[in-house]
Design a protein. Structure first.
Lengths: 466, 466
C-alpha cells in the first residue's frame, strides 16, 4: 500500500474553495455518520468528509486528493455489508448524497438518467407513479443510493426474473482518480464500439472511478402480482420443488427461501407466532404479469407442483395487503437473524440447483465448530445469506475458528460452482477470501486493471483486492 | 505497432507438434478461406492457419506465438463485417472451428456451456428441440460461430425485447496471449466477486484473450409468435408509430424498419414484386408469448395504433409459413442491397426515438456527395444499417469523399446520442472513426487495458484501437 499523506489545514482550505465550508466536515460529531456502514461493528473515521453536488466538484476533489496522495473513499447510503465505504486509511470520505437528481425519465427510449445520490426507493416510487418499473430491489432500498447499487452490483429478490443492477446500466459518467471525467455507453440497446467500460465499473466497488451519472434501462410496470407462501417438511423438498417450477417454464418474479431456524429467531425477537413456523423450510414465491387470468393459471400450476413435491400447504396472497404482510414477514426474519449477536453474514451464491447441497454443507461445516448457521435468501438465483451465529462457544474459539471456518465454507461454495459474494461485494471484510474464488491469473488481471484506473492507489484503498 | 517476426520452418514444426500436421495449413489454396471475411473485398493472407481442438492446444499455440513475437488473429465463422478476423499483419490465423462441442444444456439452472466453434443456428436448433431458446439471432446465424458472437457482442432483430449477446454470457473460459488460461463467472445469476472480466471480454473483438468456453443463460421458448408487416407513406409516420407502440407498453420481440429504396433494390435484384413496395417505409413487427389470446389482443392493439398513425395497411402473418415468408423478404432485402457494388455498410445506432432524425441526417449528408444511401435494420433498438452506394459518381470522388462523409455521418450519430457500431464491431475498417465516438480518456483507458491483457500486442494486432 502506498504511503499516503495526512490532511493539513492547507488541504482543507483547498477543499473548502471547491465546495464551500458547509460541505467540508471535520468535527467528530459531523463525521461520525461517515465512520461506519452496516458491516458488523467496524468503525474507521475519515479525516474529513466532503459532500460535493456536481461532477465538476467531484473531479476537482479527486484531482486534489490524487495530486496530494490523500486516500479518498466514495460513499453512497452507507448500507453496505462488506465495508466498502469505510475509510480504512483515513483521508477523505466523498459522499455522493448531494448528487441526488433524477435528471430525466425518457419514456420514448425507456431509459432514465439519474445521479448516484438518488435513494433507490425514491427512484422506484417515481417510476411507479408513471406506470414504470426498476426491478432491482435491495433490502436497503429505502436508504441505499443508486450509486452504491452500481458499486455493489445490487440484486435483491427479483433477480431471478429481472436480473441485477448490471442488467439495467447502459451508460455511466465517471471521474477517474486523477480527476479526468469520461462517459461510456448511453441510451443504446446495442453497442460494440470499444471495450465495455460501463460493465467494468458496475460491481467495481468504487475502486476504479467515481460514478456521477447513470443511464438505466427501465421497464413497464407489470400490472398484477401474486405472492405465495409454501411450507415444506424438509429443505430438500423445498429446493427440489423450486427446480420443478422452473422446469415447468414458470419464472417467478421472486423465489425466497427461509429455513425454520430463521422463522424461530423472528418469533423469539418479535414475541409472536409467525405462519408455518413448525415447517422445516418455507418458500415465498411471487409471480407478476399484466394478465390476472394467466397469473391465476400459473399460481394454480405452482400449487399443483408444490403439493406434488410434498408441500404442507399453499397459501396464496392475492391482495396487496396480504402480499405486503408476507414480505414484511420475510423482512422481519432478516432483521431478527441480524439482531442475534455476535454474528457474521456470508453472501454465498451457487448455481440455483445446488442450493440444497450448499445448505447441507453450511450445516456440516458450522456444526464441526459448534457454531450455528441460519440460512435464508434468494433461492431463485442461488444466493443464500448464511448467518453464522456465535451462540454458546467461547469468545476465543469464535475469534480463532471463524476465519478458517469461513474459508472452508467458501471453498465448498466454489466447488459447487459458486462464488463468495452474490450482491454484498468483497470490500474490506471478504478480500482475504477472494483468492478462494479467483485464480491468480484473474487476480493479476484485476490488480493491473486497478493500476490502469488508479496508478497511485488513492481511490478506496484497502478494498476488494489484497 | 510492434515489430513482429516472420514464421519459419522451425515455428511451423512446433505448431505441428502441438496439434498435428493436418491442422497446420500453409498452402495458398488451404489458407485462402482464412484470408477474408464478409467485409467488402478485403483480403489479407495469414502465413499459417491453425485449427486446434482444445483449450490446452489454444494455450500452447498462443504461448508459442507470444514467445516468438508472431501476430495471431483468432477467427470464428468468418462472417464479420468490420474485418476483425483478417490477419492484417500476417502471422497465424487461429480458427476456433474445431472447438465445436455443446458441452452441457443444464435445464435445472437454465444455463448452457458451449465451445466457441459451435455454429449459432446449431445451438439455437438444439435448444429449440428441447423447448428452449437462445434469442440472439444475427443474420449470419447459419454460418457464424458463437465465439464470434462473443467477440462482436452480436445482436440481431430480437435485441429490442431480449437483449444482445452480453446479456446471456455469464461465464467464460479464456486464454491470454501469453498462454495463461482463466475462467470468469459461471452459472451464477448474481456475482460481485471482483471486476467483471466476463463482460470486459464480450465485444472486445478478440483483442484481449481467446475465449474457449462460454456459459450462456438460456430461456424457455415462447410458444407462440405473430408477425406483422405494416406499410407507411412516410418514414416519420413509421418511426413515430413505433414509439407509440412502446408507449402502449407493448415490447415487440422484433421491430424492423425497411425504407422504400431497399424494397425497390430487392425487386430489381430478384425480378419480382415485393409486398407494399410503393410505400415509403415498412415496419416488420413480431410479438411472441405463451398465450395466443394475449398475442391476438396485442396484435389488435398494434393494428389500432398503426392505423391511428396513418399506416396504409396492417398485414398479420399468423401461420409459421406466412411468418417465414415475411422474414425471408426482410433477408432478401438485405442481400439485394449488399449486392449493389461498390457499397459500404455502416452499423449506426442511436437511442430508438432518434431514428427518424438519423435517417434524415443520412439522407442529407449522402445527398451532398451525390451518393445514395439505403437504410434498413433494427428500428426497435435504434440500430440502422445504412448502406452507402456509389452509383453514378466517379471512382475518384468515391475514394476521396467517402471517408470524410462517413466521419461526418458518425459525428451526427454521436450528436444524436448514438455510436458508430451497434453489432458489427470496430475491427479494421472502423477504427479510424473510433475517436469520433470515444473521448481521449476512454481511448487511453482502453489502450492500457489492451496492454494489461496483451503487453506485446501480438493478439489480433491492428484492430479496434488506433
Amino acid at each position: 500500500m502506498a504511503d499516503f499523506n495526512k490532511i493539513n489545514q492547507d488541504f482543507l482550505n483547498l477543499l473548502k474553495q471547491i465546495i464551500g465550508d458547509k460541505y467540508v466536515l471535520t468535527d467528530k460529531f459531523d463525521i461520525e455518520p461517515y465512520s461506519h456502514d452496516e458491516t458488523e461493528d467496524l468503525v474507521y473515521y475519515p479525516e474529513v468528509a466532503v459532500k460535493p453536488q456536481t461532477t465538476d466538484e467531484v473531479s476537482a476533489i479527486l484531482k486534489l486528493c490524487y495530486d496530494n496522495n490523500i486516500p479518498i473513499t466514495p460513499r453512497g447510503g452507507g448500507t453496505g455489508l462488506s465495508g466498502g465505504a469505510l475509510p480504512v486509511h483515513g483521508g477523505v470520505v466523498l459522499s455522493l448524497e448531494r448528487l441526488n437528481r433524477i435528471i430525466e425519465i425518457d419514456t420514448d427510449n425507456m431509459m432514465a438518467v439519474v445521479e448516484p445520490g438518488v435513494i433507490t426507493s425514491v427512484f422506484q416510487d417515481k417510476l411507479e407513479e408513471m406506470g414504470l418499473f426498476y426491478p432491482v430491489d435491495p433490502a436497503s432500498r429505502e436508504s441505499c443510493l443508486l450509486g452504491g447499487n452500481i458499486a455493489e452490483n445490487s440484486g435483491g429478490p427479483r433477480a431471478v426474473k429481472y436480473g441485477v443492477t448490471k442488467d439495467y446500466v447502459y451508460g455511466l459518467k465517471a471521474v477517474l482518480p486523477d480527476g479526468r471525467v469520461f462517459s461510456s455507453g448511453g441510451k443504446l440497446l446495442k453497442n460494440v464500439s470499444g471495450y465495455n467500460l460501463t460493465q467494468l465499473l458496475v460491481g467495481s466497488e468504487g475502486t476504479l472511478a467515481v460514478v456521477t451519472e447513470i443511464t438505466f434501462k427501465i421497464l413497464a410496470k407489470p400490472k398484477h402480482r401474486q405472492t405465495m407462501l409454501i411450507p415444506f417438511n424438509s429443505l430438500n423438498a423445498a429446493a427440489t420443488t423450486l427446480t420443478e417450477i422452473f422446469k415447468a417454464r414458470i419464472v417467478p418474479s421472486a423465489a425466497e427461501f427461509i429455513e425454520q431456524a430463521a422463522i424461530k429467531a423472528a418469533e423469539d425477537k418479535f414475541e409472536r407466532k409467525f405462519p408455518y413456523s413448525d415447517s422445516a423450510a418455507l418458500l415465498l414465491l411471487e409471480i407478476d404479469g399484466n394478465y390476472p387470468e394467466i397469473l391465476e393459471a400459473q399460481a394454480e400450476r405452482i400449487g399443483e407442483i408444490c403439493l406434488a413435491g410434498n408441500a404442507v400447504d399453499v397459501f396464496v396472497a392475492d391482495s396487496p395487503d396480504k402480499q405486503a404482510e408476507l414480505w414484511d414477514t420475510r423482512r422481519k426474519i432478516g432483521e431478527a437473524v441480524k439482531s442475534i449477536a455476535p454474528y457474521k453474514e456470508e453472501d454465498t451464491v451457487v448455481p440455483r440447483a445446488q442450493l440444497p447441497a450448499l445448505v447441507e454443507k453450511i450445516k456440516q461445516i458450522t456444526a464441526k465448530h459448534d457454531i450455528t448457521a441460519i440460512s435464508y435468501g434468494h433461492a431463485g438465483d442461488g444466493n443464500i445469506h448464511c448467518n453464522i451465529i456465535k451462540k454458546d462457544i467461547t469468545d476465543e474459539r469464535w475469534e480463532n475458528e471463524l476465519p478458517d471456518m469461513i474459508a472452508e465454507l467458501f471453498t465448498e461454495v466454489v466447488k459447487l460452482g459458486g462464488t463468495i459474494s452474490g450482491e454484498h461485494g468483497i470490500g474490506l471484510v471478504q478480500k482475504r477470501y477472494l483468492p478462494i474464488a479467483l485464480s491468480e491469473t484473474e487476480l493479476d488481471l484485476m490488480r493491473q486493471i486497478k493500476h490502469v484506473f488508479d496508478p497511485k492507489g488513492v481511490l478506496n484503498p484497502g478494498k476488494l483486492l489484497v
